[in-house]
Design a protein around this ligand. Structure first.
Ligand SMILES: [Zn+2]
Length: 261
């Protein structure tokens, strides 16, 4: 029952994510005008807007003009639903669950936008970073509300650590970007990647964030080989690496101690 709730919240957030993905790169307002068909401009009724269900019932076509609606909409909704569901299985339903899921939902939106535009909007990128940085404060607030406050130093340490980890990862990516730029005379790592690396640092901490970067690089090798000079968006791989390491954190942690203990 709890997991079903998590799934439905995720589907609803996914629906809003679609609005962000379509409108933010075009510089449009995300709240106004209300959802409409991009072809015939007819405003959508609420039953055209039910995540996943509407797309299937309408068979991927606009209810007015029958022009096809991108498969991307239901796919983003489904993935976001699964993000909220799977994180809930790890954390249970609490503020931590919601904020972590939201960070991954934002990383998903950034991935889709990077894939389409080879650039990502700062607004979404920095929102994810701020959420990741302030996660210990969110935990503190939640524990206070449910009356389960632990040692205050615990939250303070976690907060300082999340800022430290973000700063280290951001600085590392900045330096890496400068070195690569010097070597190949091309911008390989953008400012957006620096922000995402900082988000990953705050969210995962060390050593997990290093393993996430490693996984991301491994995943990116194959498309980079096939791209032959075409640009390969890196954000989707950073996001995927972060997700994989977050979900299998105990396993990765175990490997790390096996290697270095
Ligand atoms: Zn239409």
């Amino acid at each position: 029952m709890e997991l079903l709730f998590a799934l439905f919240i995720g589907l609803a957030i996914g629906s809003f994510l679609n609005v962000l993905i379509v409108r933010i790169p075009k510089g449009e307002n995300v709240a106004f005008p209300p959802s409409h068909c991009p072809k015939c401009d007819n405003p959508l009724k609420w039953w055209h807007n039910i995540p996943l269900v509407s797309w299937i019932v309408l068979r991927g076509k606009c209810a007015y003009c029958q022009s096809p609606i991108s498969k991307l909409y239901p796919i983003v909704e489904l993935i976001t639903g699964l993000i909220f569901l799977i994180v809930a299985m790890k954390t249970g339903l609490n503020a931590h669950w919601f904020v972590v899921s939201l960070i991954f939902a934002l990383l998903l939106a950034l991935s889709v936008i990077d894939f389409e535009y080879y650039a990502v909007p700062d607004s979404l990128n920095f929102t994810a970073l701020v959420l990741a940085l302030l996660l210990p404060l969110v935990d503190f607030g939640w524990d206070w509300i449910v009356g389960d406050l632990k040692d205050f130093d615990l939250y303070r340490h976690a907060l300082i650590l999340s800022f430290k980890n973000a700063a280290i990862m951001g600085a590392a990516f900045f330096i890496l970007g400068q070195v690569v730029k010097f070597l190949i005379k091309k911008d390989a790592l953008g400012e957006a990647d620096i922000v995402i690396a900082a988000t990953m640092g705050a969210l995962l901490g060390f050593p997990l964030v290093l393993m996430a970067i490693y996984v991301a690089a491994l995943l990116a090798i194959v498309p980079a080989l096939f791209a032959r000079g075409h640009m390969v968006p890196f954000v989707p791989f950073l996001a995927l690496g972060t997700w994989i390491v977050y979900i299998f954190a105990p396993t990765f942690q175990h490997w790390w101690t096996m290697i270095y203990a």
